[in-house]
Write a protein that binds this ligand. Structure first.
Ligand code: ARG
Length: 474
């Protein structure tokens, strides 16, 4: 290897050793070793491209390719030995290849730079993560739909401002999260498309001076196109920004789901009981059953928002070309992939295993008599009263009920009629929770028929991805 005697790959013009603390600061292999498989795959494809460019002959390329396969095997088996001079995954792989096949390894980097190499690796890495992430989003969606289907008669108070607002079906609440996740899936497919330009051949910044066939290289690596400008190719990180934004939003959606369930599993609400598999106890208070898993899902959203902000801040003042700051893009990316993947898996488990306390929810609807106040106002509207006036009249009804400590259904008819002669005995029919819910049968409403329709559409969306045409979305 034409490198420093200490094994460094770039030391030719250096006469002094680096400060050990600088060495440690600069070392990235602990983080980017996750890229070993894609790094090796991209290098094998590049060796073939070098044959086309007549830099390597076929036999040389074969020795490099099988040497790389052996390096990959060592990583796979967990016996790849990291050396102190291994700055990052690219230098580590090349160093080991040199040990295995000798100076021929030095030909592999011809015309290539770690700048286009690392971009190729991250793009390959991220596009490989998208299908499993998609599958996990759908796993959570299926858990939601399955639970929702069993709760088309379970009523609960719907909240605004965390104040009881109008009765809804528990299935309707659940399905609200299905659609958030559905948009997350759409966004994932859109950004997936932008991970699929191949930067290899961009060189350090100005392009590859050997006659490599970039189109063939891109095809071989499974990319759908090549990047159009070498300077852009090595310095842009847009697709990572998009992915972090996706991840932060998906985590925020799960965080909101978690927040509702944390509240509702607290004894004050007791709407749901979380399975013990997702709770912990307290070291001091024996009665506690803490929803730690959900709290972590909620808490980790903060970290992902931070990662997105960090990357945007990293990019905003960077001069053109590669700058080492860009190495900092990777940790956030890896953390985001791993956090969202795990959170989706856990959230699906929580939803599938939780016990829904149907009676408690029904009681809560009963306690919040005011949940039906809108029904009374709508009743007057149907009798010709303008809504604003109806609203004010029902306000008076509520005040009367407050003064007499009675429920809307218990207020005597003559009291109602003192407030408006439009109130007639048939008003009792509107003061029924299930009737109120059923009236909202507009598409998207909470009536059982409308929620059933939502579920039908949701299942069709889930099935769509099972079909072979899903590949074409890319
Ligand atoms: N480990 C580096 C990174 O992740 C690879 C690129 C290094 N390029 C360079 N010119 N020093 O960004």
């Amino acid at each position: 290897m034409d490198a420093n005697s200490d094994g460094r790959l770039w030391g030719g013009r250096f006469s002094k050793a680096v400060d050990p603390i600088m060495e440690e600061f600069n070392t990235f292999i602990g983080t980017d070793r996750r890229l070993y498989a894609v790094d090796i795959r991209a290098s094998q494809a590049y060796a073939r491209a070098l044959v086309g460019a007549e830099v390597l002959d076929g036999a040389e390329a074969e020795r490099i390719i099988s040497g790389l396969a052996q390096v990959g095997e060592e990583f796979e088996q967990g016996d790849f030995e990291i050396k102190p001079t291994d700055e990052d995954i690219h230098t580590a792989v090349e160093r080991r290849l040199t040990e295995l096949i000798g100076p021929l390894a030095g030909k592999l980097h011809t015309g290539r730079s770690r700048n286009d190499q690392v971009m190729t690796d991250i793009r390959l890495y991220l596009s490989a993560q998208i299908p499993p992430l998609r599958e996990r989003v759908q796993g959570l969606q299926s858990a939601i739909v399955d639970q929702a289907e069993g709760h088309l008669d379970t009523v609960m108070p719907g909240f605004t401002h965390l104040q009881p607002a109008q009765p809804i079906l528990f299935g309707h609440w659940l399905m609200a999260f299905f659609w958030k996740l559905q948009r997350d899936l759409d966004r994932l497919s859109e950004l997936e498309h932008r991970t699929r330009d191949c930067p290899l051949g961009a060189g350090a910044l100005a392009g590859n001076p050997f006659d490599i066939d970039r189109e063939a290289l891109a095809r071989e690596l499974g990319f759908s196109s090549i990047s159009e400008n070498s300077l852009d190719a090595i310095s842009e990180r847009d697709f990572i920004v998009e992915f972090l934004s996706w991840a932060a939003l998906a985590q925020v959606h799960m965080s909101r789901l978690a927040e509702d369930l944390i509240l509702w599993s607290s004894p004050g609400f007791a709407f749901v009981e979380l399975d013990e598999a997702y709770c912990t106890g307290s070291s001091i208070m024996p009665q506690k059953r803490n929803p730690d898993t959900l709290e972590l899902i909620r808490g980790k959203a903060a970290g992902l928002i931070g990662r997105l902000t960090a990357l945007l801040s990293l990019l905003k003042g960077l001069p053109s070309g590669y700058n080492k700051d860009l190495q900092e893009d990777k940790e956030g990316l890896f953390v985001a992939v791993e956090t969202v993947f795990t959170s989706l898996t856990i959230a699906a488990g929580v939803i599938r295993s939780m016990i829904v306390n149907v009676e408690r929810m029904e009681q809560a609807v009963g306690i919040s008599d005011g949940l039906l106040a809108t029904e009374l106002a709508d009743y007057l509207v149907r009798k010709g009263e303008p809504f604003r006036r109806s609203h004010a009249l029902v306000g008076k009804v509520l005040r009367r009920c407050g003064a007499r400590s009675c429920r809307l259904s218990e207020l005597p008819m003559d009291e109602y009629r003192k407030i408006s002669p439009l109130f007639e005995p048939d008003l009792k029919e509107v003061l029924d929770v299930r009737a109120a819910i059923s009236r909202r049968s507009v598409p998207g409403g909470t009536a059982p028929a409308a929620v059933r329709e939502q579920i039908r559409k949701a299942r069709a969306k889930l099935r769509m991805w099972d079909k072979p045409h899903r590949q074409q979305v890319i």
